[in-house]
Design a protein around this ligand. Structure first.
Ligand code: HEM
Length: 127
């Protein structure tokens, strides 16, 4: 049905499983772990809210936190191209784990790649 949003296609349960699986990867990724808090509870809760609205579901994130302003909210964190790639790598594993496949996966991953690039605020060290 073409009138379904990506959020409706993926479903609340699978989106929740995706975000849980994603932060499970982030928590053990050497390039990412140092910039995240020890306790992921709140991060996971916000990301579920954010991705719900990003995929066309209810505006849960904005309702509680205001405009996402994602790039601004990421400025306190050092986000290099290496870290953006690591983030996307964690998302790839999470998508595999929850069995997200096909057009929906392709479209979501493509959009997340663009958003991740947009979050980069620091170059990799030239060595
Ligand atoms: C928050 C890192 C990309 C969405 C955060 C936080 C870090 C972080 C360290 C703070 C966690 C906390 O204190 O709870 C990164 C890195 C990225 C990246 C390294 C690599 C490019 C993205 C992308 C999205 C996103 C692509 C959107 C799909 C969010 C959201 C929050 C967040 C919604 C919570 C903001 C808030 O505090 O309200 N991110 N992020 N991030 N990130 Fe990212």
């Amino acid at each position: 049905d073409q009138s379904l949003t990506p959020y409706e296609i993926i479903g609340e349960e699978r989106l929740s499983a995706l975000v849980n699986a994603f932060y499970n990867q982030v928590a053990k990724h050497p390039d990412l772990i140092e910039i995240f808090p020890d306790d992921f509870t709140e991060t996971i809760r916000k990301q579920k809210q954010f991705l719900t609205q990003y995929l066309g579901g209810p505006s849960l994130y904005t309702h509680e936190h205001g405009h996402p302003m994602l790039r601004a909210r990421h400025l306190p964190h050092v986000i290099t191209p290496t870290r953006a790639n690591a983030w996307l790598q964690c998302m790839t594993v999470a998508m595999d784990e929850v069995g997200l496949e096909g057009d929906l996966r392709e479209a979501l991953f493509h959009r997340l790649s663009l958003t991740a690039q947009h979050m980069v605020n620091t170059p990799d060290r030239a060595e």
